[in-house]
Ligand binder design. Structure first.
Ligand code: ADP
Length: 417
């Protein structure tokens, strides 16, 4: 069997997000946390996703990391490459998406790259080449204030041309509305005009499916998880059933390290229904015995409903803690305590972790030495259960704003005897 897609994702939760969108069409997806040093069994994989941490680093470094990943994926026999970035086109002021795309164009000798960040199911749409988040222009959506990748312009053609070497054309919504043949013609026209990049409008899932049908084999694919999901939907595989579902035996622990609005709601909801403990943030910073105390608390709870430890607080409280201890110091202390606790408790029978927070998840996976995982059933769009490639360990890793208030309970409904 050939690996249909080899995906280079510029961050960790983005990698899980795209993996999950393909898995919903029955694709067997393996996600690797960085480039593996040893061999990995990819015999049954339809897609392989390598998660990098390249979104916010310098462009040169992002290119070097992506080069390494793309060569590894090609060596493994991936039929085509896909560069996954955020559906809000997050890029630094120097711009990483352009340079990485230029590198991959040269590497694969593709004549043109498709740029398709749209993810209509999550409110990310592109119209007249402009990116919208829940109906608001990208630069008026809150993303203009992002601390690392502020997006001040919603015109993707302009943003791309500022970052990259070549010029950019548009496949408009009107063309998509005319169907596959019109899109094929438009892409050929742009290529003849010497365009290196084609931004594709998309307002609905149907638009993504039309694009998936029309894509020539030789173009480079770049974008969000929507297009990859549409490609998988057009070539569905038999369902994986319960192959990677978590076992009901063993304990589960919920660790909430996100302070997003949605995680606050999820914590407030779950706290009323299961054993819960609010993390004492000050003790994270200065009490060496705190971890052992937390571990003992977890192990003395009934295993019936997963206990939850949460650092999650409303924004005003977080701000006060950050002012008192420093943003970096407090964030890092919490992340490291959660990761160390996960490692300790994994050694004591906790085989399932439900984690809220992108950075929090990334460090936990790293400290648990998870080289990669297989993607299981979707709990909520973009968040699947995943199973470690080498041992019976399951993870549900949610970036802050994903899911609804029932998420923690819902995740526990996927266990199998
Ligand atoms: P999200 O996906 O919502 O962005 P992350 O895990 O990526 O979540 O980031 C949340 C950051 O906030 C982490 O560094 C975490 O340690 C930190 N944090 C969590 N709780 C608190 C708190 N009560 N006070 C200050 N920082 C916190």
């Amino acid at each position: 069997m050939t690996i249909k897609l080899g995906i280079i994702a510029d961050d960790f939760t983005g990698a899980t997000d795209i993996a999950s969108f393909m898995a919903t069409s029955g694709w067997r997806v393996v996600q690797l946390n960085g480039i593996p040093t040893g061999t990995v069994d990819l015999a049954n994989a339809d897609a392989v996703v390598i998660s990098l941490k390249s979104r916010s680093c310098a462009a040169e470094q992002a290119v070097a990391l992506s080069a390494h990943a793309s060569r590894w994926l090609t060596t493994q026999g991936c039929e085509r490459l896909y560069f996954k970035y955020c559906s809000t086109f997050d890029s630094t002021s120097a711009g990483n998406i352009g340079p990485v795309t230029d590198f991959l164009l040269a590497e694969t000798r593709a004549p043109m790259a498709i740029l398709c960040p749209a993810l209509p199911i999550n409110g990310r749409t592109v119209v007249h080449g402009h990116l919208f988040v829940n109906g608001r222009l990208l630069n008026e959506s809150g993303m203009e204030n992002h601390p690392l990748t502020p997006m001040k312009d919603a015109n993707l053609l302009r943003v791309m041309e500022q970052q990259a070497q070549g010029t950019c054309g548009l496949v408009s919504l009107a063309t998509l509305g005319e169907g596959k043949a019109a899109v094929v013609r438009r892409l050929a026209q742009l290529e003849n005009e010497g365009k290196r990049y084609a931004v594709v409008d998309a307002l609905t899932q149907d638009d993504l499916l039309t694009l998936a049908d029309a894509l020539p084999h030789n173009v480079l694919l770049t974008g969000g998880s929507g297009l990859a999901g549409a490609l998988a939907a057009r070539h569905p595989q038999p369902p994986q059933a319960e192959e990677f579902a978590p076992l009901s035996t063993g304990r589960t622990l919920i660790l909430a390290g996100s302070c997003s609005l949605m995680t606050n709601q999820q914590v407030a909801h779950y706290r009323e229904r299961a054993p819960s403990l609010a993390l004492d943030v000050e003790r994270c910073l200065n009490d060496a015995d705190y971890q052992a105390e937390l571990a003992a608390w977890v192990l003395t709870q009934s295993a019936e409903k997963a206990p939850m430890i949460y650092a999650t607080r409303p924004a005003e409280e977080v701000k006060a803690l950050q002012e008192r201890f420093g943003v970096e110091a407090v964030g890092s202390a919490i992340e490291h305590l959660f990761a160390a606790l996960a490692v300790e408790l994994n050694g004591q029978g906790v085989n399932k972790f439900i984690v809220a927070g992108g950075e929090t998840s990334s460090l936990i996976v790293q400290k648990l030495s998870v080289e990669g995982f297989a993607i299981g059933e979707t709990i909520t769009p973009g968040v699947p259960w995943v199973k470690d490639l080498h041992r019976p360990l399951w993870l549900a890793l949610k970036s802050g704003n994903f899911g609804d208030e029932h998420f923690f309970t819902k995740a526990q409904e996927f266990y199998h005897a």
